[in-house]
Design a protein around this ligand. Structure first.
Ligand SMILES: [Zn+2]
Length: 68
């Protein structure tokens, strides 16, 4: 749980999600006229982590957020 130390908000924040995990990257042999390669990124679902990063208060935009 997070709390804005400026306005006391504990409900809503701005932030983003960081995702890290193993991927398998390979060339897709796609026969068309352009000779461009399509690169496929395949997510290995066994090792995928999502991390939430809280950046600022939704209401007052303060970055003084404390993790409770
Ligand atoms: Zn706030």
């Amino acid at each position: 749980m997070y709390k804005c130390m400026n306005c006391g908000n504990t409900e809503k924040f701005f932030g983003h999600a960081e995702e890290n995990g193993d991927v398998i990257i390979y060339k897709n042999d796609f026969n068309d006229d352009t000779e461009t390669y399509n690169w496929i990124y395949k997510v290995s679902e066994n090792n995928w982590n999502s991390k939430l990063v809280i950046e600022s208060c939704y209401f007052c935009h303060s970055k003084n957020i404390k993790k409770l």
